[in-house]
Design a binder for this molecule. Structure first.
Ligand code: SF4
Length: 106
């Protein structure tokens, strides 16, 4: 009896996991677009405290040649113009930007 319940429970959990993975794919195939995270404003208090700028060439404190696109904390795809950042959760940063937490990719 317990084996039957365990089996049903396992099947339910597997179906829930498959559904969680497939739902976004199904919605995107139907043309339902997901909104990108908003772009980080340089005026954001945390951005200001870390000297974030959208154009690394205008940074007064960044290491020469550093920019978000070459940062280990950048979460955008290779070649993307903007993407997420591990420091600024829920926001996107410009690939051309930089802040004082820049960390070179390994
Ligand atoms: S931590 Fe890296 S990716 Fe994030 S804003 Fe700073 S330089 Fe850009």
């Amino acid at each position: 009896m317990n084996e039957k319940i365990d089996s049903q429970r396992r099947r339910l959990l597997v179906n829930a996991a498959v559904g969680a993975v497939m739902a976004p794919l199904a919605l995107s195939s139907l043309g339902v677009a997901f909104a990108a995270a908003p772009l980080l404003s340089p005026d954001d208090p945390t951005a200001k405290s870390l000297e974030y700028v959208e154009d690394a060439s205008k940074s007064k404190s960044a290491k020469k040649g550093s920019h978000c696109g070459s940062c280990a904390l950048y979460q955008g795809a290779a070649g993307s113009t903007q993407g997420g950042c591990a420091i600024f959760a829920g926001k996107e940063v410009k690939a051309t930007g930089v802040c004082d937490s820049w960390t070179p990719k390994a």
